[in-house]
Design a protein around this ligand. Structure first.
Ligand code: ATP
Length: 350
């Protein structure tokens, strides 16, 4: 028996997770999977009610009792600064040491490809974004804040261990999946200390994978190449900041936020699966959210738990649903969230 902890969260997180769970139920029955779901009410409602973000000991319980965690989205206009969401996400990311933010970028239909003269199959690559270091760690400070002489500093933290493990993960993934090329992206021409470390480690690790081509793009050149010739990319590995930007650009190449799935991975531990989008308060509760990112994310979770047939069935059902013309508003159609879910379930049950 494998148990999945599900935190639907806030806003459209609850709506899209409901559809992802319907897809999960359907494949569980169809493929006779021994899976159990525990739904948890962590999110803004709970936080506003009793101040709970993640109770003490909860991460330990996750580690002991669950095979994976699924998260919808966190964020609510009633909670300033997304304090609850930050606490939950940061606790999960750092205590579980989820150092790989894994982002498959695949365009499923030509109509979602924003590039002139490209077809959907030109866009099919994976991004390994470092998830625990870099400039987002919050090391820094202000001096003379609020004055004309203010200095504001954010330090960019790159450790040998941190850089090596994300680069190794990218190569290991390429090898396991018979992919021929890993691209590392940095700005070593300008950031001469931190990104020199990335350069050295990349060259070193690449030697352990002689059959895989190791190439390099400065991040500005990568942004151009992703638009001009995305078909050349198979696996891209980069730091936290650049990964953040590159994966948003990449999400647009696959049809937008409503289509982008992700996983936060520690290869030796418990992993967290979540659609890339947030809680989207502007459309929350309106049955307008596209649930496909959430459903594809559930497919990734199943693949991670080695239920490959079920995972493939989900991706196929998404493809068939799109080809049948069931499109939510963000994709240019009028199909509501639950109707999109109906279309998926119908195809998964067939
Ligand atoms: P946060 O990430 O801080 O929760 P957010 O939810 O506003 O913020 P995103 O998730 O990046 O940010 O979404 C930006 C906008 O994209 C949303 O406000 C919404 O209009 C649109 N959007 C995001 N996800 C979806 C979706 N699944 N279906 C349809 N539209 C979406």
């Amino acid at each position: 028996m494998q148990r999945i902890a599900v935190i639907a969260g806030d806003g459209i997180g609850t709506e899209v997770t409901a559809q992802a769970l319907r897809a999960l139920d359907t494949v569980r029955d169809r493929f006779d999977l021994d899976l159990e779901v525990e739904e948890l009410d962590y999110g803004a409602e709970r936080y506003l009610r009793d101040g709970t973000t993640l109770p003490k000991g909860e991460i330990e319980r996750f580690r002991n009792d669950f095979a994976a965690i699924y998260l919808g989205a966190l964020g609510d206009p009633r909670v300033p600064d997304m304090q609850h969401g930050r606490e939950i996400l940061l606790a999960l990311r750092f205590e579980l040491d989820l150092y790989i933010n894994f982002r498959p970028v695949k365009c499923l239909a030509d109509q979602f490809c924003p590039l002139k003269a490209k077809t959907h199959d030109a866009i099919d690559f994976k991004v390994f974004r470092e998830n625990t270091e870099g400039i987002y760690v919050g090391v820094g400070g202000n001096f003379k804040k609020g004055t004309a002489d203010e200095i504001a500093i954010n330090e960019d933290i790159n450790t040998r261990k941190g850089v090596e493990r994300i680069i190794r993960a990218a190569f290991a993934y390429a090898q396991k999946n018979n992919l021929g090329r890993v691209t590392m992206s940095d700005k070593s021409n300008a950031m001469r200390y931190a990104h020199d470390l990335w350069q050295r480690v990349f060259k070193e690790v690449a030697q352990d994978y002689p059959t895989i081509e190791a190439n390099h793009f400065y991040v500005d050149a990568l942004a151009m190449a992703l638009l001009r010739s995305p078909e050349q990319f198979e696996v891209i590995v980069t730091n936290n900041l650049f990964g953040d930007i590159v994966t948003d650009l990449a999400a647009e190449l696959q049809g937008g936020m409503g289509m982008a799935a992700s996983a936060n991975i520690n290869p030796d531990g418990l992993c967290l699966f979540e659609p890339v989008h947030g809680s989207a308060p502007d459309i929350a509760g309106m049955d307008k959210a596209n649930p496909l990112a959430a459903i594809l994310t559930m497919g990734m979770l199943l693949e991670h738990l080695e239920h490959r047939e079920a995972s493939r069935a989900i991706e196929n059902a998404v493809m068939q649903t799109l080809h049948a013309g069931h499109l939510s508003e963000d994709l240019g159609g009028h199909t509501g969230t639950s109707q999109m879910g109906d279309a998926i379930v119908e195809r998964l049950s067939a």
